[in-house]
Design a protein around this ligand. Structure first.
Ligand SMILES: [Zn+2]
Length: 73
């Protein structure tokens, strides 16, 4: 279950303009987790998981491995 002894802080994130946890000072992974947990609906989630996307560190976009296409989320 949820361990309340671990302090969880929610901070405003200028990247995605939401308040969410900032692990290790916050990075795109926190935005991604927040987005998936709170914003994305089940249908979108399911569709996305049918695709293979990887985070392209150089271009800071999600990149579709098979097609080479990019998308924001
Ligand atoms: Zn964020």
């Amino acid at each position: 279950m949820f361990d309340t002894s671990v302090k969880t802080t929610f901070e405003y994130c200028s990247v995605c303009e939401a308040e969410h946890t900032m692990l290790d000072g916050g990075d795109i992974y926190d935005c991604w987790v927040y987005y998936r947990m709170n914003v994305e609906d089940e249908e979108t989630k399911r569709k996305r998981e049918e695709r293979v996307e990887v985070w392209d560190k150089e271009n800071k976009v999600w990149s579709n491995k098979s097609s080479g296409q990019t998308s924001l989320w």
